[in-house]
Design a protein around this ligand. Structure first.
Ligand code: ATP
Ligand code: MG
Length: 213
């Protein structure tokens, strides 16, 4: 069984969905409510885990085997949970995270074909926690990729073909269907201001229920 952390919010979605844009807004909304917030990301979030991120995302003369990519993702996550997420929650802060475990189910599971039971085993054994709220920014694949390309170079994973990202998207949507209470799907094809308004509304309503005393 995973422990749910009510004061942890994760952002999910494919490439160029707007996660990094929206995470700044969530942090702002929570701080306006007087809460302290640790904003972080995956893979990474601590110095050691950020080094693993480099290994995962940089071009390398040798690509990692699929299982090795999974193990490194979970190694980075295990470090992040132990060294940053749980200590921050223990100190009364909120944790807002750009990607978390749902990303492994979408990318390594749905898109790369790693057995979902294997991922669930790693999740139970080495992560053990899940956010109370996850916002899934759902964007049409070509729209998201065009945004990424307008921004600059693609990293190793961003160089996958469009079919890979279609599988990622479906993987995310399948998970959202299975856990509609935790995962809220937001149509991220729309104008940034419209997306921002919806995010603000959801996060404000959620936070009111979990404010510090
Ligand atoms: N709703 C939107 N409409 C149009 N452009 C957007 C929207 N949201 C974000 N953008 C722009 O698209 C680009 C990608 O957004 P952002 O970096 O927030 O996405 P991301 O999900 O974090 O991407 P990545 O998966 O690469 O980390 C940025 O240049 C951002 O300004
Ligand atoms: Mg981003």
């Amino acid at each position: 069984m995973l422990q749910t952390l009510p004061r942890m919010i994760s952002l999910e979605g494919g490439e160029g969905a707007g996660k990094s844009t929206v995470i700044a807004l969530i942090t702002k909304v929570l701080r306006e409510l007087g809460e302290s917030v640790v904003q972080t990301r995956e893979p990474g979030g601590t110095p050691y885990a950020e080094d693993i991120r480099q290994l995962l995302l940089a071009d390398h003369i040798e690509a990692p085997a699929k299982d090795v990519e999974v193990l490194l993702m979970f190694a980075a996550r295990a470090q992040h949970v132990r060294k940053l997420i749980l200590p921050s929650i223990a100190h009364g802060a909120w944790v807002v995270c750009d990607r978390f475990t749902d990303a492994s189910f979408a990318y390594q599971g749905a898109a790369r074909g790693i057995d979902l039971q294997k991922l669930e085993l790693l999740n139970q054994q080495f992560v053990g926690v899940q956010p109370g709220l996850t916002l899934l920014l759902d964007v049409d694949v070509p729209v998201g990729l065009a945004r990424v390309d307008a921004r600059g170079d693609r990293d190793r994973i961003e160089k996958e073909p469009a079919a890979f990202f279609e599988a990622v998207r479906q993987g995310y949507l399948t998970r959202a269907q299975a856990e509609p209470e935790r995962i809220r799907v937001i149509d991220a094809n729309r104008d940034p201001q419209v997306v921002a308004d919806e995010v603000r509304e959801i996060v404000t309503a959620y936070a009111q229920r979990h404010l510090s005393a």
